[in-house]
Design a protein around this ligand. Structure first.
Ligand code: NAD
Length: 502
């Protein structure tokens, strides 16, 4: 494969033979048993060195991502290295507390001598299938908590970024029991083999593939977590701070050349501020330096989608205000700003995953919210305004998993903040205790120290038991005041009979 940056050759990576996946899964499962026994504190100590390894290899990682994906060096270091150091810190220092079991309070009269506890047990073997757009950060966000929770992992990175995938796996080398983390390389066939072998699938990728993964998981009756595409919007209110909003929208739309699930792919701007904001956005866009500030598109397939969306929008009346399509075959798609009036075009409906910022002028924020919510996607939305109270009210009306006020998209880098979507953006959760809930299963353990020879509800079913059951229903609210009093007397009479075997 060639680098999208300059066409230079990248080292070849052998694909894994899908037929070897079951053996890797068996080995991982064997290693998992002892790993789960180890306890959260020891697992955290084992994994903690990943942080230093990441930081020490920052330059190597950023350089690889520049060559393999076409990312600017600074962007790679800032989005794929530094937040992951925080990620390792967060999980290794909090996992023991987060995995602690909880006690379930049981009514002492109804359930004498009984105590219940909920344990968070590992799922077992997790299949992790990831995309190419953030090929270091995205796998680490699941690998770290999944392993810390006591799971083994079969990790299949994208076939477009297998070198970044190998680098991620190498960060754990020598720290884990052999076979606990197995790296498998390849495309759909290897991904399919992973799904067949695991107890939980954590998938990040396109809607199309996610749907296929979900169907197969449903057939196997194994759970899956899906983080899929987006058509994220920015809503700019008339009182928005112009300079910050313009800079925020330009970064939110063009970082990683828009190849970001949370990229701003639609901006709805209230009319009073539109001219000023659009003018500033265009100025800032034209200042971006190709290659230094902006990534190239990673694949030719992506470039053709972006090109098609722009061409169809233009044919539908969209006006290009900055940028525009490059020559046919080029991956260096310039950051492009377009003014759109007719939203019935793929650029406004489908995921573009490219550096195009379409702007729509609206007469009111309610109209903008209705348009945002009309999408079949629901990942993130940003609101830009100085009125925070109003923004919080509006946030409650948005059906996206994340809402940011005067910022956009970066919260995937916060390990304690849940990242999730609605609709076709999927229902998986990355980061936070909510992700941990997916990576574990609740196991309820009840102990009974009452020592009684039998329970009220055990055999035999007798007329006395029937009287008790109906009296309990009346006493607990199934009758009026006098009915309840009568029921209590019935219980006083019937319970001793039951205790004596009646
Ligand atoms: P993709 O769906 O083409 O591939 C994702 C992964 O699935 C790859 O590893 C691929 O090899 C594997 N795969 C493909 N077919 C498979 C099959 N039949 N069975 C099992 N695995 C299979 O996605 P992509 O092009 O790599 O990534 C881009 C997409 O990811 C975009 O839609 C983007 O929005 C989405 N994404 C979402 C998030 C999020 O957090 N919601 C984050 C990053 C990317």
């Amino acid at each position: 494969m060639q680098s999208p940056l300059d066409g230079s050759a990248l080292p070849t990576v052998e694909a894994t033979d899908p037929e070897t996946v079951p053996a890797l899964a068996r080995k991982a499962r064997e290693a998992q048993r002892a790993w789960a026994e180890l306890g959260a504190r020891d697992r955290a100590s084992a994994i903690a060195p990943v942080k230093e390894r990441l930081l020490a290899r920052a330059e190597e990682i950023a350089d690889l991502l520049r060559r393999e994906c076409g990312k600017p060096f600074e962007e790679a270091a800032l989005s794929e290295v530094l937040p992951n150091a925080d990620l390792v810190d967060y999980w290794t220092t909090s996992i023991e507390e987060l995995l602690e079991g909880t006690t379930v309070e049981l009514d002492a009269l109804a359930y004498p001598g009984k105590v219940g506890r909920i344990h968070k047990a590992p799922r077992g073997l997790v299949g992790l299938i990831t995309p190419w757009n953030y090929p270091v950060a995205i796998p680490l966000r699941t690998l770290v908590p999944a392993l810390l929770a006591g799971n083994a992992v079969l990790f299949k990175p994208s076939e477009i970024t297998p070198r970044a995938g190998a680098l991620v796996a190498s960060l754990f080398e020598g720290l884990l029991p052999e076979g606990l983390l197995a790296l498998v390389q390849g495309g759909a066939d290897v991904g399919g083999a992973v799904i067949e072998a695991v107890d939980l699938v954590v998938f990040t990728g396109s809607v199309e593939t996610g749907r296929r993964v979900a169907v197969r998981c449903a057939e196997r009756l194994v759970p899956c977590s899906l983080e899929l595409g987006g058509k994220d919007a920015a809503i700019v209110l008339a009182d928005a701070p112009i300079e910050r909003t313009a800079r925020g929208l330009v970064w939110g739309a063009f970082t990683n050349a828009g190849q970001n699930c949370a990229s701003i792919e639609r901006a709805y701007v209230e009319r009073p501020v539109a001219d000023k904001l659009v003018a500033r956005i265009c100025e800032l866009t034209k200042e971006l330096r190709p290659g230094a500030d902006t990534a190239v598109l990673t694949t030719a397939r992506q470039a053709s989608i972006v090109r098609r969306h722009l061409a169809e929008a233009e044919a539908n009346g969209a006006e290009v205000l900055a940028g525009g399509a490059p020559e046919e075959g080029s991956l260096a798609f310039p950051p492009t700003v377009v003014k759109v009036s007719d939203e019935d075009t793929p650029l406004m409906r489908e995921e573009t995953f490219g550096p195009i910022l379409p702007i729509v002028v609206v007469d009111g924020v309610e109209d903008a919210i209705a348009r945002v919510n009309a999408s079949r996607f629901g990942l993130t939305t940003s609101l830009w305004t100085k009125r925070f109270g109003r923004a919080h009210e509006l946030a409650r009306g948005l059906r996206t998993g994340v809402v940011t006020i005067n910022n956009h998209g970066f919260t995937a880098a916060l390990p304690a903040a849940p990242w999730s979507g609605t609709g076709e953006s999927g229902y998986g959760v990355t980061n936070s205790v909510h992700a941990l809930a997916e990576l574990t299963r609740p196991q309820f353990v009840l102990e009974d120290r009452s020592g009684a020879t039998r329970e009220l509800w055990w055999y035999p079913y007798t007329p006395v038991l029937r009287t008790i059951a109906l009296a309990m229903a009346r006493a607990r609210g199934g009758a009026g005041f006098f009915g309840r009093i009568t029921a209590v007397f019935q219980l006083i009479g019937a319970l001793p009979k039951r205790l004596l075997g009646g």
